[in-house]
Design a binder for this molecule. Structure first.
Ligand code: FE2
Length: 291
């Protein structure tokens, strides 16, 4: 794999024309040193606090063997405007018992940290992040989804190649993903991979409601083409992903965790697809960078 191009994070998130051109060409933008070591440490500490306050017994039945996929699905489906905890499949034994400490058993925490956790709300609305979004054409942002992706050592699961617009669809496509490395992400601990320029292949699939069911509809039978490259992301790196960019990550088989914070925003000028998995809730509206 050839190395992906990357840049030192610009002051205030003010992108240069070269950075904007790289994003247009590659479909991603890697900004080293976007968050300071102190900021990353604060976000990791907050993550640890959230996990410390989480009682696995409160949701274990949702994930226990025999509970059935429907229970897990419902836990996910209704998490759009909540802060919920999701386990790795490898965290349980065949009898559904949690066999790891919760701190190294969770896959992710989502999906509305940016609105309901004060620490992650602040980082999500940092002026520099808003400036990056504006520099990439997101003029009227709507922050719709966030998650802490924890990728624990040894059992952190892979994420298949996908396009974020499959899950967060607008007409036209407008979603941008902001992926902040809270720890070093490398090929051996499940770091990101992406197909440079792959965002020009069009949307391949949509994951959406069909009545009460969440289904995936193929829009294009042609698989992703192109060779994925690794996007190594040392702590503090921000990776911005175009909504049509094919990207994913391998499993974490190493002995190091690989925590990242991912925030997704769409453009309010585009039409939100009402059959998205993430249901808008008038009682808990989504908001932009200016809150
Ligand atoms: Fe993604």
């Amino acid at each position: 794999m050839s190395p992906a191009r990357r840049f030192a994070a610009p002051a205030g998130g003010r992108l240069t024309p070269e950075m904007q051109a790289a994003f247009a060409e590659d479909g991603f933008l890697v900004l080293d040193g976007f968050a300071s070591p102190e900021s990353c440490a604060r976000l990791r500490a907050r993550t640890a606090e959230l996990i410390a306050g989480f009682d696995p017994a409160s949701v274990r039945s949702v994930f226990a063997a025999g509970a059935g996929p429907q229970h897990r699905d419902d836990w996910f489906r209704t998490s759009g405007r909540e802060i919920r905890f999701f386990f790795e499949a490898g965290a349980f034994d065949a009898d559904g018992r949690l066999v790891r400490d919760k701190a190294v058993a969770l896959n992710k925490i989502g999906h509305a940290l940016h609105d309901f956790d004060p620490v992650f709300a602040a980082v999500s609305r940092a002026p520099a992040l808003a400036a990056v979004a504006a520099g990439l054409g997101l003029a009227d942002a709507d922050l719709v989804q966030s998650m802490l992706i924890l990728k624990p050592p040894a059992i952190g699961g892979a994420v298949d190649m996908h396009q974020d617009a499959t899950y967060l669809h607008t007409e036209p496509v407008s979603v941008l993903g902001f992926w902040l490395a809270l720890e070093d992400a490398t090929p051996d601990n499940g770091g990101l991979v992406a197909i440079p320029g792959g965002h020009r292949q069009g949307l391949k699939a949509r994951h959406h409601y069909d009545g009460p069911d969440l289904v995936t509809t193929r829009l294009d039978a042609v698989p992703f083409s192109g060779t994925p490259v690794a996007l190594p992301a040392p702590e503090g790196t921000l990776v911005v992903l175009h909504g049509l960019l094919p990207h994913g990550s391998g499993p974490n088989l190493s002995d190091r965790s690989r925590a990242a914070y991912a925030l997704h925003a769409v453009d309010r000028r585009a039409r939100w697809s009402a059959d998205n998995w993430l249901r808008k809730d008038p009682a808990r509206p989504t908001r932009g960078f200016d809150g």
